[in-house]
Design a protein around this ligand. Structure first.
Ligand code: ATP
Length: 426
């Protein structure tokens, strides 16, 4: 209390956004968010919810997964802003030229349209600053201030669909050494909690997915439908002692980056659901990458299933010209990089075969070029071949890349098929 009996520190609901604190050499914005959440709580503020917000995965400035963080807090905004800036100055990797942190504290809601754009398209630093200047938000952009884009996007995020992730972080003395996480315990955690958690491991390809290989403080992260489920899986994991852990609410696994598109109207760096017909047979090229053309009545676009998508390519190889599909993926370098595919309908396929002889039931053979067919047993003749139906191994339905190749934002099919009506491609 001050002398007039007024609270020096006001208590208000606010959102704190932070981005661009890490570099390829270390740090992770989520770690900074977890430490800040703990410090704000220790100082007497209430941290209501912590968000890990993934943004457009095709942004070239990203270090790894284009993540920003947002903390929903009750407390004094000026104090929280100072604490957020202090922690950025203490932990961000300023030595990296491409690390340009941004900090935003806003008591007012910022327009969700900015988040929508940042998750599915590209934004300019000036747009973020203009929006901040129109509001009463406290903000600071370090160096070129690019991190303000992610910080504003995180604060303005409105999640229609959400999931959870528990992230555990390494003790400082462990940084740089191989992560010690018991592989068996991860497979067991997945077995016991899937489909309420996902992408801890890739069972089919026998790969651990949730332990990074990058020099950042994350030990492992478990994704799932709720805080309760990710915690349940986490309790089963045997590992080196983490320094701390934190449960984030996220837009991961929600397809938040996707918009509807058509083959002739795709912009580089955006991610689309596109409906059309397969117009060329899939081909496998050097490196094992599989491609085919998808067309509507006017245009075509190449679709790619790259080698890391492993068994997903076997599904793509089963496609035939004429099949109707909806593809999902980012448009990059003139191709859609497939994240999943919905097979709507398949064409029936026939092959020409020499006809069966009606008298002796044996298959005839060619009687020479343009001469039709002849039965070698009884001499009967037939002009036209039989058209025999080939059984298609591909069934209508949705197919996805394996967990080891999945993008953070891609909705796994264990959460349900995409709602194509919502994207206007239904
Ligand atoms: P990590 O996931 O490990 O925290 P990162 O992959 O999130 O790292 P950053 O270091 O945060 O990468 O860099 C991403 C940069 O791109 C940030 O400055 C962020 O503000 C900016 N950014 C994010 N989304 C967009 C977008 N849609 N348009 C333009 N810039 C963006």
């Amino acid at each position: 209390m001050d002398i007039a009996g007024q609270d020096i520190n006001s208590s208000a609901h606010m959102r704190i956004g932070i981005d661009d604190t890490d570099s390829p050499a270390g740090m992770c914005t989520t770690y900074l968010g977890a430490v800040l959440a703990d410090r704000l709580s220790d100082s007497g503020m209430t941290v209501c919810e912590t968000f890990l917000i993934r943004l457009n995965p095709n942004v070239i400035y990203k270090t790894r997964g284009n993540a920003a963080i947002c903390l929903d807090v009750i407390g004094d905004a000026n104090t929280a802003f100072c604490m957020a800036c202090d922690i950025v100055e203490e932990l961000a990797d300023f030595s990296c030229e491409d690390t340009n942190p941004g900090v935003v504290v806003s008591e007012d809601a910022l327009p969700p349209a900015f988040y929508q754009k940042a998750v599915s398209d590209f934004c300019e630093i000036s747009e973020a600053i203009a929006l901040l200047e129109e509001s009463d938000a406290l903000f600071r952009g370090y160096k070129n201030g690019r991190g303000l884009i992610g910080a504003v996007a995180a604060v303005s995020s409105f999640l229609e669909d959400k999931t959870s992730e528990i992230l555990t972080y390494r003790r400082p003395e462990c940084l740089g050494s191989p992560r010690i996480v018991d592989r068996k315990s991860l497979f067991l955690a997945e077995q016991e909690t899937y489909p309420h958690t996902w992408d801890t491991v890739d069972r089919r390809n026998d790969i651990v997915v949730c332990v990074p290989h990058t020099p950042d403080p994350v030990l492992y992260g478990i994704r799932g439908v709720s805080g309760e489920w990710v915690l349940r899986a986490r309790m089963m994991v045997v590992s080196e002692d983490p320094e701390r852990e934190h449960i984030f609410t996220t837009n991961q696994g929600t397809d938040a980056h996707m918009v509807a598109g058509s083959p002739g109207a795709l912009e580089p760096g955006r991610s689309y659901f596109v409906r059309g017909r397969v117009s060329t047979a899939p081909v496998t090229r050097n490196g094992g990458h599989v491609s085919f053309l998808l067309s509507d009545t006017r245009s075509s676009v190449r679709c790619m299933a790259y080698e890391p998508t492993k068994g997903f390519r076997d599904i793509i190889r089963l496609l035939c010209p004429g099949d109707e599909v909806v593809v999902a993926g980012s448009f990059k370098g003139g191709s859609i990089n497939l994240e999943k595919i919905g097979v709507i309908s398949i064409v029936s396929r026939t092959e020409r075969k020499a006809p069966l002889c009606v008298s002796c039931g044996r298959r005839m053979t060619s009687a020479g070029k343009g001469q039709g067919y002849k039965c070698r047993t009884c001499g009967a003749r037939e002009q036209e071949p039989d058209l025999v139906c080939i059984t298609r191994e591909l069934k209508p339905g949705w197919y996805e890349v394996p967990p080891s190749a999945r993008r953070h934002l891609a909705k796994p099919l264990c959460r349900g098929n995409p709602d194509l009506e919502k994207y206007g491609t239904g």
